[in-house]
Design a protein around this ligand. Structure first.
Ligand SMILES: [Zn+2]
Length: 187
């Protein structure tokens, strides 16, 4: 199989999903915002260069692509019990990955502090890092430290290979992995 054909088999598992219980909790305006966000994330994750990168990573890690059953881009954000937003999670047994957005409030504050272009770069790369992270959980299951360290390495490798604008790419990398250093809004 060619790398492109392999790549499309992972992207064919990408789906947007709505948590129907939550629909009633959001206004139409919020709903539209999160719909737009999730379509944007799917487009970012579908980009062939990223899909090819994931294929290469899975091969390098000896993770069978077939064990990934689905990658759901969830429309609404999910908060952990400690109040922090979750970027993704993985049901290792079922091979089901979920990717979650940042809250609308976070995005608003972020845009005020930086700008919309930076927000889009941040949101897209946060979703990429989340997908890398959750795919690695399929192999390293509960070894969170190992998964985090490898996520940084792989994400950095991808960012580096793509860097048309390397200063922006590096800024976004810092935002995602060294959150305290850039003092992101805590919402
Ligand atoms: Zn994890």
């Amino acid at each position: 199989m060619s790398p492109v054909a392999k790549a499309s088999s992972l992207s064919s598992k990408l789906k947007i999903t709505v948590d129907s219980e939550k629909v009633g909790c959001f206004s139409q305006k919020h709903f539209d915002f999160y719909m737009k966000y999730s379509y944007f994330v799917v487009r970012v994750l579908e980009v062939p260069s990223f899909q090819q990168f994931l294929c290469w990573m899975l091969k390098k890690e000896n993770i069978e692509e077939q064990i990934v059953r689905s990658v759901y881009v969830t429309i609404f954000p999910l908060r952990r019990k400690n109040g922090k937003g979750l970027a993704g999670n993985c049901d290792v047994g079922k091979g089901k990955i979920r990717i979650y957005p940042k809250s609308r409030k976070f995005c608003r504050v972020f845009t005020q502090r930086f700008d919309k272009k930076t927000l889009m770069a941040y949101a897209g790369n946060r979703a990429r890092a989340a997908l890398i992270h959750e795919l690695l959980h399929l192999k390293y299951v509960a070894d969170e430290q190992k998964v985090r360290a490898l996520t940084r390495d792989y994400f950095f490798a991808f960012t580096h290979s793509q860097s048309v604008n390397s200063s922006r790419a590096l800024h976004v990398y810092t935002m995602i992995f060294k959150v305290r250093a850039v003092n992101l809004p805590k919402v």
